[in-house]
Design a protein around this ligand. Sequence first.
Ligand SMILES: Nc1nc2c(ncn2[C@@H]2O[C@H](COP(=O)(O)OP(=O)(O)OP(=O)(O)O)[C@@H](O)[C@H]2O)c(=O)[nH]1
Ligand SMILES: [Mg+2]
Length: 443
Amino acid sequence: MKTIAQISTPLGSGGISIVKTSGDKAMQIAFNLFCAKNLTKDNIEPRKMYLGKFNLGDNAFEKCMMVYFKAPYSFTGEDVVEFQIHGGEYLATKILQKLVENGCELAQNGEFSKRAFMNGKMSLDEAEATIDMINATSDAELKASSNLTDGMLFKTIKTIQDNLKDCLVNLEVSLDYPEHDDEEMSINQVKQTLQNSKQELEKLKDSYTTGQKIKFGITVAIVGKPNVGKSSLLNRLIGEDRAIVTEIKGTTRDVLKETISYKGLKINFVDTAGIRNSDDIVEKIGVEKSKQMLNNSDIILAIFDASEKLDKEDEELLSLIKDKNTLYILNKTDKQIVTKLDNAILVSALNNQNIDKILDSILEKTRVDKIDFSQLYITNQRHKIAIENAISLIDEAIQSTNFSADIVDMQTKRVWQELGKITGESATEEIINDIFSKFCLGK
Ligand SMILES: Nc1nc2c(ncn2[C@@H]2O[C@H](COP(=O)(O)OP(=O)(O)OP(=O)(O)O)[C@@H](O)[C@H]2O)c(=O)[nH]1
Ligand SMILES: [Mg+2]
């Protein structure tokens, strides 16, 4: 396997940059370029930092740190050498160039991680969770992906696979030696194991809904007739003047999406055009989009003006949302309140009053405030699809227990295979390449 090198820190100026090499020749190439007092290939200790000089050519040297990880005790499972250098983009590129001149090849996106997977250092689901961790923008995402990088899913899937394998061994013995073993008993054992496995997988599948909320956040549509203060509220909720606010009805004509992190969870707010009948062609399209948002959100913030009596437009909106997951908001409570609405939260966007109450109610109503992060949540669609497929295959396998033992054997192996796609054991090369290509350079 060729020895690869890449800059592992983002390009730009910073305190330090790290340039990494991995492969059989990593050590030899490192010693061509780096020297430290009394350090030789024979006395170097793995996982120890050495201060020395990296030869940049033309009598120029970079004073830097070097650390060696001996195979297989490294991230990739191969010999790895890392240089911690001063954080300059040109310098990092120069070090990389020197490594390449001395025999390294440039690593592709995710190539270090791919090697780690290939060498059994991590499973495919753990690698995917690493990308989620890198891309996380909320505490919730970090917590959920840290469970996955810790191998929680891997262990769960592995246990199911091992249980299936164990009972298949018994079944195969009874097939090979019918005189020693009771075939019917073995089939019943397989059936029981399949049923237990299905239960476990159903639990994982169900966790996907919460997993989606953790990963992508909760989508909240802000709706109401024109001028009730939707855009003013959006600005307050996100803590920034993003949307245009005027006293003219029909100011907002398009949907405007803004995401915040609140109490560690992501909330995606969508400000919409005020819903009313309009002849204006642009506004009409906006209103259509607002109506679509009623169906494309986890929760609706329905805004009403507390200082005016509810009118026909408000009533129409109330009927549009009556069966939906809605939080009712009475805005402009700084003025004289003339409208009452059951269970509505009274706020004033103008005075920034009760905005936290809206945020807390969103978490409460979508039940994300009760997420137990010691549990495992599936956040990846690929995993969910494999779990669903495995459940269907389990149903087929359970059905097959009415027939002959060798069909049970074959069907149960198909379940095992499908589960192996999650951990990577039976994933195709195409899937593997696709996953690692999404990694950044130097990871
Ligand atoms: N007194 C008072 N005025 C408010 C409050 N919230 C908004 N307004 C005013 O109401 C008017 C309309 O506010 P917007 O936020 O643009 O209302 P909107 O619902 O987005 O309106 P459209 O985009 O036209 O549908 C503006 O003049 C705001 O300053 C409030 O809490 N109290
Ligand atoms: Mg608006």
